[in-house]
Write a protein that binds this ligand. Structure first.
Ligand SMILES: Nc1ncnc2c1ncn2[C@@H]1O[C@H](COP(=O)(O)OP(=O)(O)OP(=O)(O)O)[C@@H](O)[C@H]1O
Ligand SMILES: [Zn+2]
Length: 783
């Protein structure tokens, strides 16, 4: 028997291994294996992707599997298929893809130990060296250490020595053991005196076994438990439990009856087979209640549900809402979890002990069995696109997974991406629209202020100042939205045009007043602030706004305000972040200055005024999605206002007539999408083309000439699949010290995209050895 094994190396192929007799029984696709690899036979963790009777590979090249450590696979057949699709579409290898998703707690490359049993005469030099080495070391030695220290095929020699009984091997595999907890159960019923002792026995009669933690919650102390144990009345034992992430308090326990619109959507989804639904409607129209109800229905049918959410949305609030439907037995999966928590959630999926999984994009690959529904909330969110290899799009791959698992997928949004909206029109997705807000409270009235005409104090226009004053006078809250943290966005010299930039990234630095530093928002590097031009010594002028500068101006303008900043800097620490949110809800602050973090996921009851301070600056970026993003920002942010009582919104813009601003203000979404789709069609942007952003990252710009001439050769080969423009410097021409050159390729069909990407991947490997490049298929960032 042979196994195809995927390894964590950046090569797009799997490797054939022979399966020794004693492991044939344990052979199963998706399982973890330990195999020797490379000239020195280092042991590596691999994943079995296929099992075969025969192989074409020359038998003398085939090595043997060393071990199959688990009794269950870590990838289901379906997730293996999904990984293949991802590798194919996003120009990565199958091994790279599998190991990207697999929690690192499962990787056990360095855990085999070898020890000496007895020393005898042996023939081979390597065998002799190994015995000598072990004798000298006395005790256990890691196999990888042997590999490093001894010449020749260590792996083969070790195998021989084990067969001869001269050495032994021990797996100190740090297998992700499930954490355990102490439990108590009743051995015999006996009358006892103490009140606490009686209580404990009563509890144990009701429930067969109770964890010690649980018992302590009822006010019973350890010594009581100990005494009963000593009397032989109860027994204490360890039991494996599935680690759960710290529980949040439940908030949402209301019973909800769906409206007729919601009901229709609910029915379509729960009767779905493997369709993709687009569930959309203004903020507060009850989309989430629809998908949670549908999810509960699916779980009641005995199937599992996967809910994907953007990074910023995975708040305790969201979790509490999901728990109000499913209780605590849900698994949450995201990058902030510990190694142990990640492996434990992964095991829950395989073992089927949990039915509801919520997570960020990385949850896409969870080996959930019997999937009955996948939800992608805020489907337009850019955080669904991974920025490292494999650069997959979790929304698009969730749809793929739905097809593989044969289950429906629901994309949810108040402002669908133009691509998804278009597919809803053309029938590729089934549109489900919720037309009205649930509460009688109307959507906030949006006033647009023209920044180029209106009088301003700093960034605050007169109408905004008045509105803020009125709102705080009423005891209500204001949210001021600005797209950037920090103080100024740049310092420049009015004399010579010098701009304070990051040396490595060629972008203007942002001044952070709170730490008195200039910070590069691309690479995070910090610099001492400069106030005078280093070239001509003129005093620098500062421009642009970040949350800190808005805060400072607000302090002066609204001395009665209780101001708080809600941005990445202020919620870095999750505990502090949660406290901050709860303080805001309680009304401790009345002016909240926030970035994206504030625009999603939270419900602030007292919030009745929202202002988008600079709505259309993003509009000028060289990105075909910038207009869409302006639109989404306005709708999402203003939608925060007046959830509990009528609210209003003010949008400050330089070009109020720009369609993104105009249509968002009037809630005329169809018109916005119509215009935007027209524009995309004319300029051949997605959904009318399938782009790939090819990026070179060169250490020296002088290398460009050679790269360019090779690229021009490649261009010819790619031309059947892509329209290939010449290489040009990227809009941000330098990041982290590397010069960036890009070409924005476009395929006219999905088929061409996949074929073209495959060719591109192979050719690039051959042509550009030793040069850093990135193949970003269907990118979300073009800068
Ligand atoms: N049928 C219903 N009856 C009573 N309350 C409802 C109903 N549907 C939704 N709600 C409530 O209305 C509010 C908004 O609903 P929900 O969060 O589902 O809307 P949404 O469209 O997902 O909003 P957003 O786009 O802002 O995330 C919530 O407080 C929710 O509990
Ligand atoms: Zn930088």
């Amino acid at each position: 028997m042979y196994a195809e094994v995927a390894l964590n190396i950046p090569i797009d192929k799997t490797f054939v291994y022979r399966v020794p007799e004693n492991l044939v029984e344990k052979l199963e696709k998706g399982k973890r294996v330990i195999v020797p690899f490379g000239r020195k036979d280092f042991l590596k963790t691999g994943i079995i992707t296929d099992i075969k009777e025969k192989t074409e590979v020359n038998p003398s090249f085939i090595k043997e599997i060393f071990d199959i450590p688990d009794s269950f696979p870590l990838f289901t057949e379906n997730t293996l298929k999904l990984a293949e699709e991802i590798a194919k579409r996003y120009a990565s290898g199958i091994g790279e893809t599998l190991f990207f998703f697999l929690p690192s707690g499962f990787i056990i490359d360095e855990s085999t130990y070898i020890y000496l049993i007895k020393d005898e005469k042996v023939k081979g030099k390597t065998e002799r060296d190994i015995l000598n080495f072990l004798k000298e070391k006395k005790g256990k030695v890691k196999l990888v250490t042997l590999n490093r220290r001894i010449k020749g095929s260590v792996y083969q020699a070790v195998k021989n020595l084990i067969r001869k009984g001269l050495i032994g091997k021990e797996e100190a595999i740090t297998y992700p053991s499930l954490p355990s907890k102490k439990f108590v159960s009743l051995l015999k019923e006996e009358t006892v005196r103490g009140a606490k002792e009686k209580l404990l026995i009563e509890l144990l009669k009701e429930k067969k076994e109770i964890s010690v933690d649980e018992i302590k919650k009822s006010g019973i102390k350890s010594h009581t438990i100990k005494r009963l144990q000593e009397k032989g009345i109860i027994e204490i034992f360890e039991k494996e439990i599935l680690l759960d992430i710290k529980k949040q308090e439940l908030e949402d326990k209301r019973k909800i009856t769906l409206t007729s619109d919601q009901k229709k959507a609910f029915e379509k989804i729960t009767n779905g087979k493997n369709e993709t639904f687009l569930l959309y409607g203004v903020t507060g129209s009850g989309k989430m209640e629809v998908y949670l109800n549908a999810a509960r229905e699916i779980v009641n049918r005995g199937k599992s549900v996967l809910i994907l959410v953007p990074e910023l949305l995975l708040t305790p609030e969201l979790r509490a809402r999901v728990e109000s439907y499913f209780g605590e037995n849900i698994a949450v999966f995201h990058s902030k979890l510990s190694k142990k928590e990640l492996t434990s959630q992964w095991i829950k999926a395989i073992k089927g002990t949990t039915k509801v999984f919520i997570g960020t994009r990385m949850a896409l690959m969870l080996p959930i069995k019997d999937l009955g529904l996948i939800v992608v909330d805020e489907e337009q969110d850019v955080s669904y696109k991974e920025q490292q290899k494999p650069l997959y799009h979790a929304r698009d791959m969730a749809i793929k997974r739905g097809k593989i698992e044969n289950c429906p997928v629901v994309l949810v949004s108040a402002t669908p991406s133009v691509e998804s909206y278009y597919k809803g029109i053309t029938g590729e997705y089934i549109p489900l629209e919720l037309k009205k807000r649930i509460s009688e409270i109307p959507l906030p009235y949006i006033k647009v202020v023209n920044l180029s005409e209106e009088k301003k104090v700093g960034i605050f226009s007169q109408p905004l100042i008045t509105a803020i004053k009125n709102t705080i006078k009423k005891g209500e809250q204001v949210l001021l939205f600005i797209n950037r943290r920090g103080f100024f966005s740049s310092g420049f010299c009015p004399e010579c045009g010098f701009v304070a930039e990051c040396n490595d990234c060629a972008v203007p630095l942002v001044y952070h007043k709170s730490v008195k530093k200039l910070i590069c928002h691309i690479c995070g590097k910090t610099y001492k602030p400069v106030y005078r031009c280093p070239k001509c010594k003129t005093k620098l002028e500062f421009k642009g706004y970040g949350t800190e500068r808005v805060e400072e101006e607000a302090k002066v303008l609204f001395p009665e305000g209780k101001i708080i900043r809600l941005d990445q800097d202020s919620v870095k620490d999750p505990i502090r972040g949660a406290k901050l949110i709860s303080d805001i809800k309680k009304g401790k602050y009345n002016i909240i200055i926030g970035t994206q973090i504030a625009s999603k996921g939270h419900n602030f009851p007292k919030l009745t005024l929202v202002a988008v301070l600079l709505a259309d600056v993003g509009y000028l970026l060289p990105d075909f999605r910038s207009s869409e993003r302006v639109f989404q920002t306005i709708v999402h942010t203003t939608g925060r206002a007046g959830r509990f009582k009528p609210g209003a919104a003010i949008v400050q813009a330089f070009e109020p007539e720009n369609p993104a601003v105009k249509y968002a203000r009037e809630y005329r979404f169809e018109l916005f999408y119509k215009e935007e789709i027209e524009a995309r069609k004319i300029f051949n942007y997605p959904p009318f083309s399938f782009p790939v952003l090819l990026e070179f990252q060169l250490e020296r710009s002088s290398k460009f000439k050679t790269v360019e001439s090779k690229f021009n050769v490649l261009k010819e080969k790619l031309s059947p699949y892509f329209n290939v423009p010449p290489l040009t410097p990227a809009p941000i021409p330098k990041i982290a010290g590397r010069y960036r050159f890009t070409s924005f390729l476009r395929a006219s069909s999905e088929e061409n995209l996949i074929k073209g990407v495959n060719l591109l991947k192979n050719e690039m490997q051959l042509l550009f050895k030793g040069i850093r490049y990135k193949i970003d298929v269907e990118p979300v960032y073009l800068l």
